[in-house]
Design a protein around this ligand. Structure first.
Ligand SMILES: Cc1cc2nc3c(=O)[nH]c(=O)nc-3n(C[C@H](O)[C@H](O)[C@H](O)COP(=O)(O)O)c2cc1C
Length: 332
């Protein structure tokens, strides 16, 4: 039996804090089952995804590159991915299509070790490359970053609201199909915070993509962000409200997979967009019937802009929360 050297202080804390520890709301999504399992063992959260091993089922969503600050952020994120066994998408690597001046912002393979690292490009740039048959440029990009694959972000609302935005001239689906035909590289398709509806999701899930990343509505919103960069953010603001939440998209994928059966060729999902914390992530992963991890952008950004230790503490807290969830929570 262990001694209890901190008992006196602890008992004092309990008396001090008891009256401020009342909780008046409850999270009704789960059955809490304290009787059935011991405290979580190491490895309880381990999973295979994108042909690699994840110690935690967490994806660091695509964010940044192309500025000095981005380099610090990306190195911090890559270190966290390595230490905690996560996967990571880079922010748009568009600047590397023109020259390699900013390659050090993105080249984080040495920090992330063997964990999944994906390059990222927007559909407008990909459309141009496809129309010009420049597939080799993409192969070279993935190779020089030593990335495991490429994320395609499809963002027509963002491009439409961005003062310097690009026009998308071909249906993104056609461009994605051509990329799949010509590239022998794992491809992931995502939005950037608006999510996507049933028919878009269904069309993507019929393709042999490595994964679909929701980038759902309800968190960081690039339609709003781009509008805030204009002189008149209010007039078109209602567009920032349309889109699909991660919960809605989970339900849609469950329905689509039932309907498509063997015709569903994309069998992995990154649940992201407005995922606030480990508990949202756990709930959504348990609700989705297709193998998944959950992703966050804004939440990581908050902790990745300075010292690595701040980010480390954040991920440690998410790890602890997830482990407790796996051990004691079941979705109703
Ligand atoms: C600062 C920042 C930059 C981003 N840049 C990109 C990008 O270059 N490419 C991309 O696919 N998504 C980009 N995103 C979108 C995120 O990957 C993600 O889909 C979106 O923020 C929703 O997730 P969240 O609610 O967890 O923030 C960016 C997000 C943030 C916060």
């Amino acid at each position: 039996m262990n001694q209890d050297p901190t008992a006196q202080q602890r008992k004092k804390d309990h008396i001090d804090l008891a009256l401020t520890s009342e909780v008046l709301t409850s999270d009704e999504r789960f059955y809490y089952e304290p009787i059935l399992a011991p405290h979580p063992h190491d490895g309880i959260t381990k999973t295979q995804f994108l042909d690699k091993s994840f110690a935690l089922p967490i994806w660091i969503s695509s964010m940044t590159g192309g500025t000095e600050w981005a380099k610090t952020i990306n190195i911090n994120l890559a270190k966290a991915a390595k230490e905690f066994g996560l996967g990571m998408g880079l922010g748009s690597c568009r600047s590397l299509l023109y020259d390699d001046d900013r390659i050090s912002d993105f080249a984080v393979r040495e920090y992330i070790g063997g964990q999944p690292l994906y390059a990222n490009l927007g559909i407008a740039q990909l459309e141009e490359l496809v129309l010009e048959n420049k597939y080799q440029v993409l192969k070279d990009l993935v190779k020089k970053l030593d990335a495991d694959g490429l994320i395609i972000h499809v963002n027509p609302l963002q491009e439409g609201m961005q003062p310097e935005g690009d026009l998308i001239k071909v249906s993104p689906l056609d461009t994605i199909k051509k990329l799949l035909d010509h590239l022998d590289i794992p491809l992931i398709v995502k939005e950037v915070g608006q999510g996507m509806g049933y028919r878009s999701l269904e069309a993507l899930l019929k393709l042999p993509l490595a994964a679909v990343d929701f980038a759902a509505h309800g968190g960081t919103n690039f339609t709003k962000l781009e509008l805030l960069r204009t002189d008149d953010p209010a007039t078109l603001d209602s567009l920032s409200l349309v889109g699909h939440s991660a919960t809605e998209m989970v339900n849609m994928v469950n329905q689509i997979s039932k309907e498509l059966g063997d015709k569903m060729l994309c069998k992995q999902i990154i649940i992201s967009g407005g995922v606030k914390d480990f508990l949202d992530g756990y709930y959504l992963m348990q609700t989705l019937k297709t193998p998944s991890v959950y992703g966050q952008a804004g939440a990581f950004l908050k902790h990745a802009r300075g010292d690595y230790e701040a980010l480390r503490q954040y991920v440690l807290s998410q790890k602890k929360g997830l482990e407790m969830s796996y051990a004691f929570l079941q979705v109703k």
